[in-house]
Ligand binder design. Sequence first.
Ligand SMILES: [Ca+2]
Ligand SMILES: [Ca+2]
Length: 505
Amino acid sequence: MKRMTYKLISSLLVLAVLILSVSVIFPVSALGAEAVLYVINQTTGMYTERSTTSPTSVKITDIYKYTVIAVSDISDGWGKVYLQGTAGYINLANASPYNDDPSDSSQIDSIRIEHLPYKTVYTDGETFSAEGIAVSATLKNGQVVALKGFDIIVPSLNLTRFDLNDKEQTVRVKYGPGLALDAGFTITVKRLPIDTLIVDSWPELEYKEGERISLTGLKVQAKYTDGTAPKDITNELINTATGEPITALDGKILAPGTYNYEYVYKYNDKKINLQFKVNPRKLIRIRVASMPTYNVLKDENNLDLTGFILAADYDNGTTDSITPGRNAFYYNENNKLVEGENHITVTYGGFTISFDITLEKLAVKEIEIKQLPDRVIFQLGEEFKYTGLVLTLHYNDGTRRDITDGFTVSTPDMNTLGAQDVTVSIYGLEKTYEIMVTDKLYKLGDVNNDTKVDAADARLVLRHVAKLSTLSEIQQKAADVDNDGKVSASDARIILRVAAKLQTL
Ligand SMILES: [Ca+2]
Ligand SMILES: [Ca+2]
């Protein structure tokens, strides 16, 4: 509900009228001309007359008793008024200057609408006008006076799409606080005289899956029964099911299917139907986008599809990557994979393609020394060892495995000083690494490696034998002076004899 104050409307109207009249007749400097409010005492003989100089007897409209009206340019008992946008003159003999409304609304017993506004029939969306309304107040002392400062509560003059007929609406007139002084009258809001909606041109109605709906080309016009020129209302259409404007459909992607949309303009009985069809995309071919990267035959019934991508191309320009199931494949003539060339056939979505792939037996294709043995420097004449050597086997399927035995290691000449190549071999593949044979690694008997063979060396041997401390591998070599492969008290005794120069090594 829209609430407006007639007082405000009136003064705005007067102001507008004044400005209009003054600026037309007088230069801008005369804007100060003021209107005076008059109240009409009776309708009999009240005429407005179309003339700017001497009033004539042409009545332009009625003014009713109790109407409060702005009058200007008063002379010789006549005053200038504007009624429904037209200037005229009234004879003031039957009007009197308006005195203010009662200052206290409690003096008023009731209010009454003496005459309705000029306009009581509206078209959907028009603006309400109170012009012409006459309202009286009956005071508690019985006197009846004209009222000006009443409120008018105007209902919406906009019909909705659910208003299938012209609509009666009530306008309330109220004076003062509360609702005690209240009157009302009915106005009619008429529907726009829409006859039919005409689709002048259609948009694209059939789409491929994934395409966006385009309303380009759609032109809908409303035709009116009253001869009004047809109006393009394309963008004002409303979907009856969702209430969304038609513009919300533009650019949408709809799943495949048929869509019947009903659109209305203004009222639900003025509608058009749009049928959109979205066709499911069609597979037009399949192709190998990427070959399998795994080329080792492990299972004659299953091709390893690592790296394999089958592309499915559709008529709407889209492509899917497919991972076909085992049943989509057929291998060679008997459906078994073999070593060497294989002819593979794939079927998907009614399309068949084939490609050839070469499969090898699982084999080691390369070896690598992952970790050198614990020792690569040896004493001249020492026994060669390769403890700690780790080999990595690289298979043709991309996998790898570490081994610490099962391979063959060549035996270097440990009695020759200098660098020696050691060859490690397995599966016909070889790798070499280098060892060094030196006479500087240790001196027999010199367990603590201080260049002398003396009692200190013998003591280290005895502590080792007694398990009080442990000699390193090299120290044990130096300690085993009798060369029996063990470190024992007998070695300590020989070291002491050498230290005492009773024996040489
Ligand atoms: Ca020593
Ligand atoms: Ca020994």
